[in-house]
Design a protein around this ligand. Sequence first.
Ligand SMILES: [Zn+2]
Length: 215
Amino acid sequence: MKWFRIPKESTTPPTSGSYQDWKPQLADEGRFQCVYCAIHENNFGGTRNFHVEHYRPKSIARFRHLIDDFNNLYYACSICNCFKGNDWPNDPPSNPSIPLVYYPEPSKMDYNKLFVVREDWIINGQSVAAKYLVEKLYLNRPQLILERRSKFLLNRLEKEVKHLQLLSRRISGSELSIELKEFLYQKSVDMLSKAVSLLVQKESIRPYKAEDIEK
Ligand SMILES: [Zn+2]
C-alpha cells in the first residue's frame, strides 16, 4: 500500500453541484484509495464505505465557506474519516519542518514521505505531525497491518512463481534431480503455507478494536 500526493493543481474542479455529487471524481483523483491510510476501496467494501472528506472540517465556522471547495475535498475511508472527525489541532505551518501537531495537506505533501514502514508492517511517523496522524487516525489498526503484509506477500509470490516458471522451462526435457524436485516442492509448500496463513488471518480479523474507538 502506497500513498501519493493528490495533484489538485492538475484537476479541473466541477462547475456545478455540491460536494456530495463529486465523490466519483474525488475517487478517481485519489486512485480509489483512502488518502490517509491508503487502503484501496476493493479491500474495504467499495465506494459506499468511502466518504467525501473535508480536509479543513466543514463544522468549524471559519472553514464553512470551503464546504464545496473541491481543493478541500478528498476521498477517504469511513474509518479514517470518522477518526479524524472535526479535529483540527493547528493550521499547517508555512515551514513544514516546524515541529507542530497538524494534518499535512494531501495535495501539498506526499504522505509516503511521512512514514517509515517497519519490518513488522507497523508504520512510524517521521515528524511530530506524522506521529499525530498515525495516532489520531489509528494508522496501525490490525486490518491495515494485514493489508500491508498481504500486499508485500502477493508481490513476492508473483516474483517467486515467475522464477519457478522460468526454472521449470529451463529444465524441461531433462530429467529432474531428486534435489531439484525437493527444492521445488519445498518452495511451493513454503509459498502456499504463507498465503494460507495470511488468508486465515484475514478471515478472522476485525478492522479495529472496539476500545480504539475511544482514542
Ligand atoms: Zn483510511
